[in-house]
Design a protein around this ligand. Structure first.
Ligand code: ADP
Length: 449
């Protein structure tokens, strides 16, 4: 109603004046007055319409100045225009944000129209699908990506399905693609790099296959002997003794495998080493020398070189098991009469525990893979000597948890040196204020029961 009161008020005033004129001066004067007012209103309207038309040509400036109804109209038009301008800039900034987000999204995204032509694609689609947002806009996706599985995937129009395929740009990259319908007949094609996931999955499959394979042989042997013993209860005592010994051997092998698997799983599930303590490495080295001699049963010469008396900050149980694995490998892969040297030394502040043997050595191509689970150069040799194929995987895990690394040097036919290199931060020269009180680990092991 706010808009109407003013014109109605003016109209009422004009009519009142016309009536008064009619009463005082006759109807000619009244009609003359009304005609004059009409002419004035028409001229004013024409003028304001002209001003409005000029303003609309360039609405960015201020609206024309006017009072009354026209002022009201200009004010409302300006308000409308301001609102439109605001929503336009909101839309532009939303679009810009979307554009920026699409630039950094790691997945490839392609918008296809109803006839499968590319309307838009982000930079990741160049990396994974070889598409260019400028060059390929408006192109049929089928002409650019012609692999049969992809074309079948497009034809299937099954939006719940995902296509796992190799990237047409780089065959090493595995992609998972999905089509998502949206808007009117449009589709969003999303391709995600799942190379790492696939690799982990392949590792998991290999691991299960390996464990099953490792357990199947001893289980079959034990099962076979049990059946033989059950079918032939009168077997001579020496014969059955031999069978029992073999069964025991294979049972121990399974036990060792399970122990190693549990150790690995514990190392993988606990992120950090349990509890750090100062370890008296020279004393640990002496204990490992004794262990090596007992494993060797006099077949090798085992010596010790202690060039450092520094202690090591770490978890004794884990370090002992890792270095023990290196020592046991040296004994197992060195033929009778060979030599094994355990050494502890310092190098540029780092601590180096090395196990050198004069054994069969390792060809260079095997060295990078030795710490993979179940990787063995000679499977039967490893089994004969009681190996599980997990020893060096455990060593690598323990060393990584201690910020240390494993260095392997070997010459086939001459021997190998496996060195555990500990960072300076974990090495404390004896007598340094930080070295703490070192409790001989034999005492600690006894205390731990
Ligand atoms: P395994 O239980 O088979 O010994 P490891 O993980 O300890 O498993 O070692 C992996 C493989 O590395 C072994 O099968 C063996 O072929 C090789 N290897 C390890 N230590 C030595 C060594 N000192 N000399 C020669 N080969 C070795």
């Amino acid at each position: 109603m706010g808009f109407w009161w003013r014109p109605l008020g003016v109209l009422a005033g004009v009519l009142l004046v016309a009536l008064m004129l009619w009463a005082g001066s006759g109807w000619v004067a009244a009609l003359g007055f009304l005609a004059g007012i009409q002419a004035f209103v028409m001229l004013r309207r024409l003028w304001q319409e002209y001003r409005l038309a000029r303003w609309l040509e360039n609405p960015d400036g201020a609206p024309p100045d006017a009072t009354g109804t026209w002022g009201d109209i200009f004010y409302r038009l300006e308000k409308l225009q301001r609102r439109q301008r605001d929503s336009c800039s909101e839309l532009t900034s939303a679009l810009e944000q979307f554009e920026h987000a699409a630039q950094v999204v790691p997945d490839a995204m392609v918008i296809l129209n109803g006839s499968e032509r590319i309307e838009w694609c982000n930079p990741a689609s160049r990396k994974y699908m070889g598409l260019d947002s400028e060059r390929d806009r408006g192109q049929f996706i089928r002409y650019l990506m012609r692999q049969a599985p992809f074309l079948e995937f497009l034809d299937a129009v099954d939006y719940s399905r995902r296509l796992v395929c190799k990237s047409p740009v780089n065959r090493e990259i595995i992609l998972s693609m999905q089509l998502i319908p949206f808007g009117e007949n449009k589709k969003l094609l999303v391709a995600r790099d799942i190379t790492d996931l696939e690799r982990v999955d392949a590792m998991r499959r290999d691991f299960i296959a390996n464990v099953s394979h490792e357990l199947r042989t001893p289980l079959t042997v034990v099962g076979g002997f049990v059946e033989t013993l059950a079918d032939a209860p009168d077997l001579p005592a020496t014969e059955s003794r031999r069978y029992f010994d073999l069964m025991l051997d294979h049972t121990r092998r399974m036990q060792r495998l399970l122990d190693d698997l549990l150790t690995l799983s514990r190392l993988e599930s606990e992120e950090r080493s349990l509890k750090d303590e100062p370890i008296d490495v020279p004393e640990l080295a002496r204990a490992l020398q004794t262990e090596a001699e007992s494993l060797s049963r006099g077949r090798h010469r085992v010596s010790l070189r202690l060039d450092s008396s520094a202690t090591l900050k770490g978890n004794l149980q884990e370090i002992r098991s890792a270095l023990g694995n290196l020592v046991s490998n040296a004994v197992r892969y060195t033929p009778e009469g060979g030599e094994i040297i355990l050494a502890w030394s310092g190098r540029d502040g780092e601590g180096v525990f090395s196990v050198t043997d004069s054994g069969e050595g390792i060809a260079a191509e095997h060295i990078p893979r030795l710490t993979e689970r179940f990787y063995r150069i000679d499977r039967s040799r490893s089994r004969e000597t009681g190996g599980t194929g997990l020893g060096l995987a455990i060593v690598k895990h323990v060393l990584t948890r201690h910020g240390a690394r494993l260095d392997i040097r070997s010459t086939p036919g001459k021997g190998s040196t496996f060195s555990a290199i500990f960072p300076a931060a974990r090495i404390k020269p004896v007598g340094s204020p930080e070295s703490g009180k070192v409790i001989p680990f034999r005492e600690r092991e006894q205390a731990a029961g």
